[in-house]
Design a protein around this ligand. Structure first.
Ligand SMILES: CC(C)(COP(=O)(O)OP(=O)(O)OC[C@H]1O[C@@H](n2cnc3c(N)ncnc32)[C@H](O)[C@@H]1OP(=O)(O)O)[C@@H](O)C(=O)NCCC(=O)NCCS
Length: 175
């Protein structure tokens, strides 16, 4: 299966939302409660992702991974740091989300998505990028470390009724 990485367009929102929900269910089943995963809704995520198109920001980038059959199987989004994360992450930009379906993992698609977002952020003058990852999400942590990220602060929060711990990762960008 060949996978194309391209800029997302508004018609992709349902595909992105579907990957977001299925990605959580596949990837988080070992450390999030069945109740938290059952409560996810493609409709809710679709509305959330429509928001990304309502106020387009040229300094942000949303990329999708698409099969040759036209199915969205992954996405990644990064941009200027949000107000709520500026102090804690302490970086100029952040990765808001990166998700792949199980069937396309470990084929370099994550690296291509992340590289595309990081290149865009570097080209827009950002020098540091941060993100939060669940502490127990070891595959993603190994992935971020393979791409040069370094772990830092931790925080815990209530995720749909379950207390979870997240770890911050930081990437330095060079042009
Ligand atoms: C994390 C994720 C984006 C990685 O994407 P991917 O396409 O599977 O990763 P790649 O094939 O590009 O891997 C690049 C490198 O990262 C490291 N890596 C990736 N997955 C790994 C794993 N499961 N275990 C250990 N190292 C891993 C390896 O060094 C890999 O290089 P290699 O395959 O040559 O050894 C993907 O697994 C995913 O979507 N996970 C579920 C969602 C998620 O957890 N998102 C993060 C939310 S904060």
């Amino acid at each position: 299966m060949s996978i194309l990485i391209r800029e997302a367009v508004e018609a992709d929102v349902e595909g992105i939302a579907g990957v977001h929900v299925q990605g959580w269910r596949e990837s988080y089943k070992d450390f999030l409660s069945p109740e938290a995963l059952a409560g996810l809704s493609v409709e809710e995520r679709t509305r959330m992702w429509q928001g990304a198109f309502r106020q387009p920001n040229p300094r942000a980038r949303l990329l999708v991974a698409e099969t040759d059959g036209g199915a969205i199987v992954g996405f990644a989004r990064g941009g200027p740091i949000g107000r709520e994360n500026a102090d804690v992450l302490g970086t100029e930009a952040e990765i808001f989300a990166i998700y792949l379906l199980d069937k396309v993992k470990r084929q370099g698609v994550g690296r291509r998505l992340m590289g595309g977002v990081l290149d865009h952020l570097a080209a827009h003058g950002f020098r540091s990028v941060g993100l939060w990852v669940l502490k127990q999400n070891l595959p993603a942590r190994r992935f971020y470390e393979a791409l040069g990220g370094t772990p830092g602060a931790e925080q815990s929060f209530d995720l749909r009724g379950q207390m979870v711990v997240e770890v911050a990762y930081r990437f330095e960008l060079t042009l």
